[in-house]
Design a protein around this ligand. Structure first.
Ligand code: FNR
Length: 184
């Protein structure tokens, strides 16, 4: 039985480069892990007042899905040098009610993807800041700041360069080793 990896993609748009990278990582993953993307775009903005006996159904769906995952993989763009609001909201939703966070202890990794040269470094590390607090043991190396991502995919939708494919393969294999190590 492979480890169940919940993949959170920080972009909501249909043509998202981040989503395509997440898809490519799933295709390159070794059999020890199975990646599945978890929707975050339908989560109402976190508001403690909604934390009643019947919280928003989308919150419950998200919390239950992440709770049963073995591990977490974040693939995110950078918005204004930080984490997109949709992804931060998903962290806030999953972190509550207090003491019932669904994230704690699950091995994780952060991949940031941008057409720009800095590769989403700011988002990557702001996300790490939250994940340290949420007690997600994060893979440190290899770091994954993927810049120039508008050139990653050819017209056929496949990875256009062998070096990109090699690097994505290296990331996801290292991540699988990380998950196995933390779950051992
Ligand atoms: C961006 N973009 C961007 N890129 C970057 O490298 N650093 C940044 O700070 C920002 N800021 C930013 C803010 C907002 C509101 C948007 C919509 C975009 C550009 C961004 O990297 C680009 O749109 C990517 O294609 C977004 O990722 P997806 O949607 O393709 O996965």
């Amino acid at each position: 039985q492979p480890f169940d990896v919940a993949v959170l993609v920080g972009s909501l748009r249909a043509g998202s480069l981040n989503r395509r990278v997440a898809d490519a990582l799933a295709g390159l993953a070794p059999p020890a892990i199975a990646l599945s993307q978890v929707a975050i775009g339908d989560l109402p903005l976190y508001n403690p007042d909604l934390e009643t006996d019947a919280p928003p159904a989308a919150w419950t769906r998200f919390r239950e899905r992440v709770a049963r995952a073995d591990a977490l993989l974040f693939v995110t763009p950078e918005y204004n040098r930080s984490v997109p609001a949709a992804l931060k909201n998903a962290l806030d939703v999953g972190s509550r009610p207090y003491g019932k966070s669904v994230f704690g202890g699950k091995p994780g990794a952060v991949v940031s993807v941008s057409p720009g040269a800095i590769g989403g470094f700011g988002a990557n590390h702001h996300l790490r800041q939250s994940l340290v607090f949420l007690d997600v043991p994060l893979m440190q190396q290899p770091e994954a700041y993927l810049g120039g991502a508008d050139k990653f995919f050819g017209e056929d939708g496949k990875l256009a360069s062998e070096s990109t494919e090699k690097f994505l393969g290296k990331i996801i294999h290292a991540y699988a080793d990380w998950v196995a190590r933390i779950k051992a």
